[in-house]
Design a protein around this ligand. Structure first.
Ligand SMILES: Cc1cc2nc3c(=O)[nH]c(=O)nc-3n(C[C@H](O)[C@H](O)[C@H](O)COP(=O)(O)O)c2cc1C
Length: 383
């Protein structure tokens, strides 16, 4: 995959290889996509400080995330339907992450199940939990993640209801795809994709199949999600989950300082400052603009992770400079997955790692753990 020099190149290749319904699903934000655009626009406003003559030989990008050693300050995000970008997509993405020495997060809404992934990889991975109405099933899922030796549980807290992506409605997104003429033509022009999906273990939500009623007759993904996801989700559930999950628990989807303060009091190991990649509350601030406020409020109490809008290694430096311990990426690796399966995900991680390393050198930093606000061009004015 060496002829794909950037995440944007992987994106273009994924667009060519993946049927429109699934590419659009991965690409889109909710409603008018204001927040999706703000994630990128605000990221690019954060300027880095160019430094010279500082001997930046022998750089080190390794660090820890919640105590786990990692080769890069990076983790792969949970992606519902990841296995629709490429057959067995979750297994392949997890293998690529583990080979690169970074964590992979399996979504509740994955195609491969927890057990499929656990049986196909060497090391523990993280599991992401969406809270559904059936708490008995939730408890079962948590126990399955514990039995699979998942090393952290990521509780996503910003999807108490589903933000609509208009393209999913227009495209009639269902899992597996409905046999309609439009879909048949689209799939027929994507033979490599179709072959990989046919070879894959599963064609629907692996963690839910056989457990959740109505799975077999999904008319629209949005309708089904609305019927299963629990809008009563509250801080009490965080306590409940903490009481039954034996390992590290962290929250993904914190954007507000008041919420961050409450989260810190619950004793979770970390929070991820995130707006779900612009897929939930449209009109919410960009994640990068929310990050420094959250770090200032609770950064001394727990680890702050960051996602939503990272596309380059310099974006990683920006987020780290503003106080994140590590970044979590969604679309960048999903583009890699659609572009070339495991090799594509490996390439996405390699691209970001190399860009991070070069950016560190040009900012005069040798160790990723030394990245702080002094790396920002407007640091003087922040002093
Ligand atoms: C196609 C797609 C599916 C997603 N599915 C989930 C999911 O199942 N669970 C979850 O917590 N977040 C999910 N997210 C959000 C990501 O985990 C992450 O927050 C987001 O992608 C980060 O933004 P980025 O794509 O700009 O890197 C999804 C995002 C995308 C793009």
């Amino acid at each position: 995959m060496k002829n794909f020099p950037s995440i944007e190149d992987l994106r273009q290749q994924a667009r060519r290889r993946v049927p429109k319904m699934f590419f659009d699903y991965a690409e889109a934000g909710s409603y008018s996509q204001e927040t999706l655009r703000a994630n990128r626009a605000d990221m690019e406003k954060v300027k880095l400080r160019q430094r010279i003559l500082r001997d930046v030989d022998q750089r080190d990008t390794s660090t820890t995330i919640m105590g786990e050693k990692v080769s890069l300050p990076l983790a792969l995000a949970p992606i519902g339907l990841g296995g629709m970008m490429y057959g067995d997509g979750e297994i392949l993405a997890c293998r690529a992450a583990q080979a690169a020495g970074i964590p992979y997060t399996l979504s509740t809404m994955s195609i491969n199940s927890i057990e499929d992934v656990a049986g196909a990889v060497d090391k523990p991975f993280w599991f992401q939990l969406y809270v559904m109405r059936d708490r008995g099933f939730m408890k079962e899922l948590i126990q399955r993640a514990a039995a699979a030796k998942c090393s952290a549980l990521m509780l996503t807290v910003d999807l108490q209801v589903l933000g609509q992506r208009h393209c999913d409605v227009r495209n009639g997104l269902t899992v597996p795809p409905e046999i309609k003429l439009k879909n048949i033509i689209d799939i027929a022009t994507k033979p490599a994709w179709a072959f990989s999906i046919l070879k894959g273990k599963r064609k629907t939500f692996g963690n839910l199949a056989g457990h959740v009623k109505g799975m077999e007759n999904v008319n629209s993904l949005a309708q089904w999600t609305a019927s299963q996801f629990d809008p009563t989700l509250s801080w009490k559930d965080v306590e409940w989950i903490k009481s039954i999950w034996p390992g590290k628990l962290f929250l993904k989807g914190v954007l507000d300082v008041e919420d961050a303060r409450i989260a810190a009091k619950t004793g979770v190991a970390a929070i991820s400052v995130s707006n779900h990649g612009g897929r939930q509350l449209d009109g919410a601030p960009s994640a990068i603009s929310a990050l420094p406020r959250v770090v200032d409020a609770v950064g001394s109490e727990l680890e702050i992770l960051f996602d939503s809008g990272v596309r380059t290694g310099s974006d990683m430096v920006r987020a780290l400079a503003l106080g994140a311990r590590a970044c979590i990426i969604g679309r960048p690796y999903i583009y890699g997955l659609g572009a070339g399966g495991q090799a594509g995900v490996a390439r996405a991680i390699e691209i970001l790692g190399k860009e991070l390393d070069i950016t560190m050198a040009l900012c005069g930093v040798k160790n990723v753990r030394d990245i702080d606000r002094r790396v920002l061009a407007d640091w003087d004015s922040n002093r």
